[in-house]
Design a protein. Structure first.
Length: 291
């Protein structure tokens, strides 16, 4: 029996070993709460705690609220964000998982393919690093994510409509830059729209668990027999991106509608206890969603 590891297997072992070693440092270098963070000054700690108390997100003095767990599970907005994460993660893994194979299938040598892969990876890094600034310029996370979806769709459609290797490379650069942006910024958009000491954590767990399955779908649609156009894979990821765009626009509309409803109505909270008010989380009538 041949027990020699293949090169790609060695890569997984090395990356996994690095991750394991870093995780062992976690308990020693990561503080659980701001009030236990030694690197903060007393004034910084008090400021952060005041902000968190105002946002009802101080976890060090609170317990897990089952009402907020249930609220996250039945909140349609959380599932819409999870869908965005799923679709975005599926599309963004094309370059990471299959970039070298796609490039080599266009007639480039393995050495040139590796060099070009470094460029597409830099494009992906540039996309993830710039999405926060793009959202600030466009005055909204949903607008930035929608724009990145449109650019990603253009990249996949370009790859589907041409057999020219140069056009394929341009398409790969386009969707390598744009596709990681929703995956990078979607969770940030979600977290700034959730309140409570338990609901944000539950929602983040749902997005990570279900949204993280996106790359699993991508892994089965890019097959060797589809070289060099990879029509099946590009088409599936194009449809994923369309679904991501539609979900983003629907969620944006839901948030706008809810903000308007709260602006027009008045809810009396005087008869509610502090615990019940806390369990309102982002359903609190004074809370406004950020677009």
């Amino acid at each position: 029996m041949d027990t020699k590891w293949l090169p790609w297997q060695r890569i997984f072992v090395v990356i996994g070993a690095i991750s394991l070693l870093w995780s062992l440092l976690g308990p020693f270098v990561l503080a659980d709460y701001p009030d236990t963070a030694d690197f903060l000054s007393s004034d910084e700690r008090q400021l952060i705690l005041r902000i968190m108390e105002h946002q009802n997100t101080v976890a060090s003095s609170q317990q897990v609220r089952m009402a907020q767990v249930k609220m996250a599970l039945v909140d349609p907005k959380v599932w819409l964000w999870t869908t965005i994460d799923f679709c975005a993660n599926a599309a963004t893994q094309v370059n990471g998982m299959f970039g070298p194979s796609i490039i080599e299938s266009q007639g480039y040598s393995p050495q040139t393919a590796q060099a070009l892969t470094a460029l597409t990876n830099f494009m992906a890094f540039s996309g993830m690093a710039s999405i926060a600034y793009i959202a600030r310029i466009l005055r909204g996370s949903s607008t930035a994510i929608a724009l990145s979806n449109i650019l990603t769709m253009c990249g996949f459609m370009l790859a589907l409509c041409s057999s020219n290797p140069t056009v394929h490379m341009v398409a790969l650069f386009v969707f390598s830059f744009a596709s990681p942006q929703p995956a990078a910024h979607g969770p940030a958009w979600q977290m700034c729209n959730l309140q409570g000491n338990t609901k944000p954590a539950m929602a983040a767990a749902m997005s990570s668990a279900f949204g993280g399955l996106g790359p699993l779908a991508t892994a089965f649609v890019y097959r060797d027999e589809d070289r060099p156009k990879y029509t099946r894979g590009h088409l599936v990821c194009l449809l994923m991106t369309v679904l991501c765009l539609i979900t983003t626009l629907v969620l944006r509309r839901v948030l706008i509608k809810e903000n308007k409803r709260r602006d027009q109505g008045h809810v009396d909270l005087s008869e509610l206890t502090d615990e019940l008010i806390q369990d309102l989380a982002d359903n609190h009538p004074h809370f406004r969603y950020r677009l």
